[in-house]
Design a binder for this molecule. Structure first.
Ligand SMILES: [Zn+2]
Length: 68
């Protein structure tokens, strides 16, 4: 039930390590936080896109484990 307000984006890097960015909703704002490096940012729009961008740029993690 609490999962409704929390979401995550996970990507693998070329070494097969998983990196996870969590997206939390707090009222009308969303906050995204990287579990690998602690990077944290508010994102009002498209938090998942920002999360993917961070994972790609900071961790070279671009592989979607879901297979897309
Ligand atoms: Zn990070």
């Amino acid at each position: 039930m609490s999962e409704i307000n929390t979401s995550k984006v996970s990507r693998w890097d070329q070494h097969g390590r998983e990196h996870v960015v969590r997206v939390r909703r707090a009222g009308s704002r969303r906050t995204i936080r990287c579990e690998t490096c602690g990077w944290c940012q508010g994102a009002q729009f498209l938090p998942w896109l920002k999360a993917e961008e961070h994972l790609a740029q900071a961790h070279q993690a671009t592989v979607d484990p879901a297979g897309a």
